[in-house]
Design a binder for this molecule. Structure first.
Ligand code: ZN
Length: 344
């Protein structure tokens, strides 16, 4: 039996109940809360305002509208359709290959994971040996890229399993996704602090230890169930800003002890730092504001939503910082530290 899911020409969804009342919906008595067990489902999706593309989804998995999904999945009312829900783990994994409103989120970070993995292999095998890297360089580079890869995998896991039929499982993956962002930020801090304070062992250790302590504290807060509650929503964004913004303190300190803005290294490296903060701020604006779907509800369900932009900007930020770390590491190898260490 073939079941259709319709949209009216003006883009509003005909709910399952309405269709059922018209005798056009699948006639199982379980209602929308159960996955279909019948044949393939033709689902009409909207890309832009006027195009309706029929998409075949495998049997067992159907897509739901915002009104049909369980409350714990209702994060963004402007994404009106294309939700997976009520799935066991096996079907969550299978849904990797269907077009839903999470497809771009999953694949963007899955491909980014592969990018950082390949970048790691390439750097270890080719770039680092060519500049005569020390054992420390290998360790720091590995930590940075490993954190980025872990962040990407946590995100893939969440977007793949958020539609799990168990709310508890879904929440656990969400907690891991948040914790993954902290790990990603740690991956930015470690090479950043290590190479900027390369000639000042004391402050290098002070900042590495404080950053590690801060990230660990946030990490454990993030895996706490209360952290994910709606009441903590603003606090979550605030904590994220504080963790990322803390980096401005060592940056300002480093500029002072390196000779201010007249220093050649400061002039060369500060644009890298500002570039990273610019990308991070842009990413956060999209994440919080839910633009563009706020202005085009239902039109960017599958492609172009704010969370997809946030994902891409996060990858861009990590890649940017990886290149920046490479730049300052190469500088440290070409310009040895002054004989008298800086103690400012
Ligand atoms: Zn995400």
């Amino acid at each position: 039996m073939r079941s259709m899911y319709y949209k009216t020409p003006n883009g509003t969804n005909w709910t399952y109940t309405k269709l059922k009342a018209l005798g056009q919906a699948k006639t199982d008595s379980s209602g929308p809360a159960m996955p279909q067990k019948s044949a393939q489902t033709a689902h009409y999706i909207e890309l832009g305002s006027y195009q309706y593309w029929p998409v075949l989804v495998p049997r067992d998995i159907r897509l739901y509208t915002y009104e049909q999904i369980p409350a714990f999945l209702r994060e963004n009312p402007y994404i009106t359709d294309g939700y997976r829900a009520y799935l066991p783990s096996r079907l969550c994994i299978k849904s990797l290959f269907i077009l839903s409103n999470e497809t771009v989120n999953i694949w963007s970070h899955l491909l980014a994971f592969l990018l950082f993995f390949c970048l790691g292999v390439y750097n270890m095998a080719s770039v680092l040996p060519s500049i005569g890297a020390s054992r420390d360089d290998y360790v720091i580079y590995s930590i940075g890229l490993f954190c980025f890869q872990l962040c990407m995998l946590c995100s893939v896991g969440y977007h793949l399993f958020c539609c799990h039929r168990s709310e508890k499982t879904s929440r656990r993956w969400m907690a891991l996704d948040y914790a993954g962002v902290s790990i990603g930020i740690l991956g930015c801090y470690v090479p950043g602090v290590f190479y900027t304070f390369y000639c000042n062992n004391y402050w290098r250790q002070v900042y590495l230890v404080t950053v590690l302590a801060m990230i660990l504290a946030v990490f454990f807060a993030q895996i706490h169930p209360q952290y994910l509650s709606k009441q903590w929503k603003q606090l979550r964004s605030l904590i994220f800003c504080l963790v990322a913004g803390y980096g401005l303190i060592p940056t300002a300190h480093w500029i002072c002890i390196t000779g201010g803005f007249s220093s050649e290294l400061v002039q060369a490296f500060v644009p890298h730092v500002l570039g990273m903060y610019f990308i991070a701020a842009l990413a956060l604006i999209f994440y919080v504001s839910k633009v563009p779907e706020r202005y085009f509800p239902g039109q960017v369900n599958y492609l172009g939503s704010s969370h997809q932009v946030w994902h891409l900007l996060l990858v861009l930020m990590f890649y940017w910082w990886h290149q920046s770390s490479g730049f300052i590491m190469a500088y440290r190898h070409s310009q040895p530290c002054p004989d008298v260490p800086q103690h400012a």
